[in-house]
Every structure is written in C-alpha cells, then in structure tokens.
Design a protein around this ligand. Structure first.
Ligand SMILES: [Zn+2]
Length: 335
C-alpha cells in the first residue's frame, strides 16, 4: 500500500507533525508529540488535511491518553473525515495519520478501530489506512524519557500475567454501592476519592466505550479539583460488565494507572465490541501484535527516516531548564 504514496509525502507530513510538537511543548499543553489526519488522492497525490495538526494535550486536559493522535481524531475531525471520504472513490483514496512518535497502544487501538469502522461503512478500502511516524519507542525513551514499550509488551502477555490484575466477580458478591452503580452503568472506577461511572457514549464519539467514559470522568474530576497529576488514578480498580477485555479499554486503563480490572459476571454482560465484525479478544491480539503490518490489522504502518525529532529535543531542553513545568508520565505503576 505504501508504494502507492510517495515517501516524500509521508516524510513531509511527519515533519509537520514534529513542528506542531515543538510548538506544543513551548505552549505547555502537553508532551512533545504532534499528529495530523489526512486524506490522499492516490492518482494525483493531493493531500487534504482534516482539521489542524494536533498536539499532545495531557497537561491541558488532565487525561493521560489525550495524546496527539487522540486529539487528531476529535469528534469534529471524524465528522469532517467521513464527509470528505463520502465524496470520493475508495479505490483511489487513502487515509494517512502522520505522527511525530510511534503510537502507544491506546492510540494504536483507536486507529485500528477507526480503520475498521471506515471499512465497515464502505468509506474506505481495507489496506488504505496508513500510519506514518518519526520517533520510535526507543528514540522517545532516549530523547524525551517517555517509555511506552512496557505497555505494549504487557499487552502481549497472557491475561493472568499482565500489569493490571484481572479478576472475575459475581455481581451479588460486590459491595452494595458498587452493585447500585453497576445497575445504571456499564463501567465503574473505584478510587480513594469515590466512584466514577461510565456508559457507552459512542453516538458522540467512537472511542467513548463505557470504560473510557468512566476513566475520563475520574481524570476530569481530579483536574477540576486541582490534583497535581489528574491522570493518575493511583492504582484504582475498574469494574466492568464488558465480557472480553478490549485493547482500547485496557490501554486507557494502563494510562490511568489502574491496578485491578474486575469483570463483573452476570446475565447482563455488555456484549457490543470495540470494533465492528471482530471480538474484543481478536482485536486485542491484532493491536498488540508486532511487528506491524500483519494480516490481522487494518493498518499499514510506516516509519519515516531520517527524522529530526525536534519536538522531543525541545522537551529535553526545557525540562532541564524548568522541570517543575513539564511532567513525564508513563501510566501504570509509574509512581
Ligand atoms: Zn498514545
């Protein structure tokens, strides 16, 4: 697939994402990462950018997974993307997400789900969703100190060996307050400061599965209350009625420092999956598998090289100057 797109175009898009990363760091919105969402005409290689080049917004939003790719996939941008694709011939059209850094598992899951949604809605052909990135996990760790590798590796472990301990508990064995909360909600986070509940809100945005909605509610409340690290739920427990653990829910829980995942058994288990036409277990395996570009993924991933990585270098420079302003946060068990 990438043969159909000149390499210079991917390089240019990734470098623009890096420019946004530099600006993002200087503005203090979040980490040194930028990303853009684009549609390309495969005949003449014209590129249409969907929305602005986005930056990491973790510091601004208080949500640990508000990464550049996440911000590039905003509800407005997804609406604009679909409207743009509707007017095009899928045989001659591809989507390119350009990112200054290799996507973490949460962003990777969002991209995999989006690609599958577009294919299922017949807006895009399978194989026509390209991810181009600059800095690898190893580069990002060496230059800026962020290390996503363990979280990706964790997802390759069998369920009982993962960083987040997984239990199954029958609904009637839970404390009363949790039972009550789970009567009206599909996911509940139990933190030292209280319970935060979430439901399936995917009519608003494709990433708003119950677990994500609950995690966001907890982080946003922390942010509103002035917590120094609102994204860090300090080894909280997530209760969910979703029967199979999906990669998006799991990776988002990693970013929020969830230590325990409880599948709540019972007849009313929530059955919809994170992506169409695939079970959560199979989607989890597809997102975790490496190397990229295997037959179970709807994404085609390209690393562009050489890459200047100016955003991360700017982060390192500013962090040395004023460490109190910039926080390097790596999710679960990072405290
Ligand atoms: Zn990410």
């Amino acid at each position: 697939m990438s043969d159909l797109i000149p390499y210079e175009i991917l390089t240019k898009l990734v470098n623009e994402a890096d420019d946004a990363a530099v600006e993002n760091v200087r503005e203090g919105r979040g980490g040194p990462f930028g990303a853009s969402l684009n549609v390309i005409n495969l005949d003449n290689h014209w590129v249409i950018r969907i929305g602005e080049v986005a930056g990491n917004a973790v510091l601004e939003t208080g949500v640990g997974s508000a990464h550049a790719e996440d911000q590039a996939l905003s509800p407005e941008n997804i609406r604009a993307l679909k409207a743009t694709l509707k007017n095009r011939d899928p045989a001659h059209t591809a989507v390119i997400v350009a990112s200054s850094g290799e996507s973490c598992p949460a962003c990777h899951a969002k991209l995999e789900i989006l690609a599958r949604l577009l294919v299922s809605e017949k807006l895009l052909r399978l194989g026509h969703f390209i991810i181009a990135y600059g800095a690898s996990y190893a580069d990002t760790k060496a230059v800026a100190g962020f290390n996503d590798e363990p979280y990706h590796a964790d997802m390759l472990q069998p369920e009982h060996m993962r960083l987040i301990r997984v239990d199954t508990i029958a609904r009637d064995r839970l404390p009363h307050a949790l039972q009550e909360a789970l009567l009206h909600h599909e996911a509940v986070i139990e933190t030292p400061s209280g319970l935060y509940a979430g439901n399936d809100e995917r009519t608003r945005h494709f990433t708003l599965i119950p677990e994500v909605t609950a995690l966001r509610a907890a982080c946003e409340t922390n942010k509103a209350q002035g917590a120094p690290e609102p994204w860090n739920l300090q080894r909280a427990t997530l209760y969910t009625t979703t029967a199979q653990i999906g990669p998006l829910a799991y990776a988002e829980a990693q970013w929020a420092n969830i230590a325990r995942w409880v599948k709540v058994g019972g007849a009313e288990s929530f059955t919809p999956t994170e992506a169409p036409d695939i079970s959560n277990n199979d989607l989890f395996a597809a997102v975790a598998a490496r190397p990229y570009n295997h037959s179970h993924s709807a994404l085609f991933v390209v690393r562009v090289s050489p890459f200047a990585n100016r955003g991360q270098r700017e982060w390192a420079r500013l962090q040395a100057e004023r460490p109190e302003h910039l926080k390097t946060y790596n999710g679960i068990a990072s405290t």
